[in-house]
Ligand binder design. Structure first.
Ligand code: GDP
Length: 364
C-alpha cells in the first residue's frame, strides 16, 4: 500500500458505510494524511435510493474531507467520485503527450549503481533525502531530452533515496523494480561490473523479459575494473553465456561515475525501442516462412507433419507473431526458436524479445 501511495497522484480511500468508521479506517486516514497526497474519501455500499444516508456524516470524523456516497454495486455516485478525482490531477498530467517519450526503467540489484546513473544523466548530484514521510514527493521521474528525443527515466519510488531500510530487503526492491518495468518501454538491466553476473541479476532481467520489454544489459563500474586489451572481450563472452536466456539484448560497458559511454547508452535505448515497436509486413513474413520451412522441414510426430500455413504480426511491444498451422502440439519450441532466428537474421529485432502465438486452422 505504501508503494501505491508513493506513486499515486490521487488516492481513493474506500470505506464501507455498513461497518461505519472502523479503527483501521482511522489508522489508514492518518497514514494518508501524512503522505501529503490528495485523498478522495469514498463511502461505499450506499445502495439505497434518494440522498446520501445519514450514516455518511460520521465519516467527516476521519478529517480527510467530504465523504462521497457511492454504490459500486449500482454505480450511484461514481460520476461524482471521478469528478473529484479529476479535480486533483494537475492539468499538465493530462497535457503530456506520452507517445513520443521513451520510458526507461533502470533496474538491478542494490548497489549496482542505478541511482548514480540517474544522477549522472540528470547532470547533478541530487539526493532527495528525507526520512519524514510526506515531506518529499517520492515518485519523481527524470525527464531528459537528447538530440530531439525525449526520455523519461522512471524513478522506482525512491531510486535516488539513500540508506532506506527497505533497500536491503530483496522482496521490496524486486517489487519496486516490477512496478517500474510495467511502466517502461525500455529496461536497462544494470549489473555491477566489479562483481560480475549473479543469480539476482538473472531474476531482475527475468522481470523485463516476462513483460516483453526492450532490454539492454549495462555493465556498470567499468572504470573500477582492472583491464588489459582483452578484458572486455572475455567479459562479454562470459556475460553472453550468463544471459543466454536473453541473447537478443545488447551489452554495454559503462561507468555512471565517469560518464563513460553514456552517449552510446542513449543511442542504444533509442535503437532497441524502435526494434520493440517494429512492424513487419505479412508478405515479408511469409517469404521468410517459405524459405525457412524449405530449408529445415517442420517436425513430425507419429507420421504427422507440422504444416505452417501462414504467419502474421499481431502486435508490437513486443513484436508478436501469430502462426496458423495444422496441429499446434507439433509446433515444438525448438522450431519456434528456429523461426525466431530466421526472422531476426533478416530484421534484426535486436534488444527486443519476440513472441509467437500458435493457432490451429479453424480456430478464431
Ligand atoms: P543503486 O543501489 O543501484 O542505486 O546504487 P548506487 O547508485 O547507490 O551506487 C552504489 C555504490 O556504487 C555507490 O557507492 C556508488 O558511488 C558506486 N558506483 C556507482 N556507479 C559507479 C561507477 O560507475 N563506478 C564506480 N567506481 N563506482 C560506482
Amino acid at each position: 500500500a505504501q508503494l501505491a501511495i508513493d506513486t499515486a497522484s490521487v488516492i481513493i480511500f474506500v470505506t464501507d458505510v455498513k461497518s461505519g468508521v472502523t479503527a483501521t479506517d482511522a489508522e489508514i486516514a492518518a497514514m494518508l494524511q501524512k503522505s501529503g497526497k490528495p485523498v478522495v474519501l469514498c463511502v461505499n455500499k450506499c445502495d439505497g435510493i434518494g440522498g446520501p444516508p445519514a450514516d455518511i456524516y460520521e465519516f467527516y470524523n476521519l478529517g480527510i474531507g467530504d465523504p462521497i456516497a457511492v454504490s459500486s454495486f449500482h454505480g450511484h455516485g461514481t460520476g461524482d467520485l471521478l469528478d473529484e478525482v479529476i479535480a486533483h490531477i494537475p492539468a499538465e498530467e493530462f497535457a503530456e503527450d506520452e507517445d513520443d517519450v521513451i520510458n526507461v526503467a533502470v533496474i538491478g540489484k542494490p548497489n549496482a549503481g542505478k541511482s548514480s546513473l540517474i544522477n549522472c544523466i540528470a547532470g547533478e548530484e541530487r539526493s532527495i533525502v528525507s526520512d519524514i514521510a510526506g515531506t518529499t514527493r517520492d515518485a519523481i521521474d527524470t525527464a531528459i531530452e537528447r538530440e530531439g528525443v525525449k526520455y523519461n527515466f522512471i524513478d522506482t519510488a525512491g531510486l535516488r533515496r539513500k540508506s532506506r531500510v527497505e533497500d536491503k530487503i530483496e522482496k521490496y526492491s524486486v517489487l519496486r523494480a516490477q512496478m517500474a518495468v510495467e511502466r517502461a518501454d525500455v529496461c536497462v538491466i544494470m549489473i555491477d561490473g566489479t562483481e560480475g553476473f549473479t543469480e539476482q541479476d538473472s531474476k531482475v532481467a527475468g522481470l523485463a523479459l516476462e513483460q516483453g520489454k526492450a532490454c539492454i544489459i549495462a555493465v556498470n563500474k567499468w572504470d573500477a575494473v582492472d583491464k588489459d586489451g582483452k578484458t572486455m572481450d572475455s567479459a562479454r563472452k562470459k556475460l553472453m553465456k550468463d544471459f543466454s536466456f536473453m541473447s537478443f539484448a545488447p551489452l554495454i560497458f559503462i561507468s555512471a561515475k565517469t560518464g563513460q559511454r553514456i552517449d552510446r547508452l542513449f543511442e542504444l535505448i533509442k535503437y532497441v525501442n524502435e526494434q520493440n515497436t517494429m512492424r513487419i509486413s505479412t508478405g515479408m513474413l511469409n517469404d521468410i516462412l517459405a524459405d525457412a520451412t524449405a530449408r529445415v522441414q517442420p517436425p513430425t510426430d507419429k507420421g504427422k507433419r507440422l504444416k505452417i500455413y501462414y504467419m502474421t504480426q499481431a502486435s508490437t511491444k513486443p513484436p508478436t507473431f501469430v502462426c496458423f498451422c495444422n496441429k499446434a502440439e507439433l509446433f515444438h519450441f525448438s522450431y519456434q526458436r528456429y523461426l525466431e532466428n530466421q526472422i531476426r537474421s533478416t530484421f534484426g529485432l535486436e534488444g527486443t524479445p519476440v513472441r509467437f502465438v500458435i493457432r490451429e486452422r479453424g480456430e478464431k
